[in-house]
Ligand binder design. Sequence first.
Ligand code: NAD
Length: 305
Amino acid sequence: VAKILDGKALAKKFQTEIEARTRALKEEGKRPPGLAVILVGSNPASKSYVGMKEKAAKACGFETFDSFLPENSSEADVAQAIKDFNENPAIDGILLQLPLPAHLDANGLIDLIDPTKDVDGLHPISQGLLMRGEAVLKPCTPLGVTRLIDLALCEKDLHAEDFKLEDLGEASLAGKKALVAGRSVLVGKPAALLLLERNATVCIAHSKTPDMEKLVNEADIVVAAIGKAELIQGAWLKEGAIVIDVGITKVSEGDRSGKIIGDVHFESAIGRACAITPVPGGVGPMTVAMLMHNTFLSYEVRQQE
Ligand code: NAD
């Protein structure tokens, strides 16, 4: 039976460490890291994500800033909020919650974020540096995916009392075949780049890929970022595969109505995988923790300037 990759517990470890480091900064009389969030409109899922991120930032001891703009805001309104946050020296990270209402040009607005404050890793400069393999703030969800793979390969038990984040290590994936299902700019493509950086042999599947089952069956690591509930069956998996399930689908009918379900059929996968993330409680909390990690990193770089 697969090891369950407890993203919630791992995220907590990261956040506890960041909180302790922030506390030490404050004791030295320094300002804490600052995270700013911009939410346009009232999409309930986006509101809930922003709420979770702000809560985590506060728990880490960060100063938080927000700009909640109405659904019918103009591009100039959002641009102004970004500009104000860019210029504010107390802010190290700016998060523009996506998706934006359809009348706004998301890419055009992301381009306005100061790349050094781009804690989501979505600015073209951040993406270009990632492509070149240079030091950069890495996108939160793909970064969380790599840390969950590290957890899968970590010999120490996350729930052991003496587990430390240093125990996690950054595993080399040389010789391992990784399949990333999904090619979005937000998740699939950067996840594939991060796995390449770790020397995995990476295959990217997408909506036009025939015979996904065969590709899944060849993979030592499966990262599912599709958004189609339980598309990947346990029987497709190679015995002993590591499975990271990014997908989120909210069930709207039947006896599981209201539940959140991943892209992998968990019950059948658990018997074949060596390690698997639950949904919820896997990638989601790690995405939030990596946002805190990036904000802290951005702060440290800014302090050195
Ligand atoms: P997206 O809709 O932009 O991309 C989906 C990708 O899946 C596309 O690249 C598409 O080509 C591919 N795809 C569609 N059908 C397929 C099929 N049958 N076989 C293989 N590939 C197929 O979505 P996204 O933003 O990349 O997010 C993917 C999923 O991850 C969604 O469910 C989203 O809600 C979830 N997500 C979760 C987190 C988190 O923190 N847990 C963060 C971001 C996204």
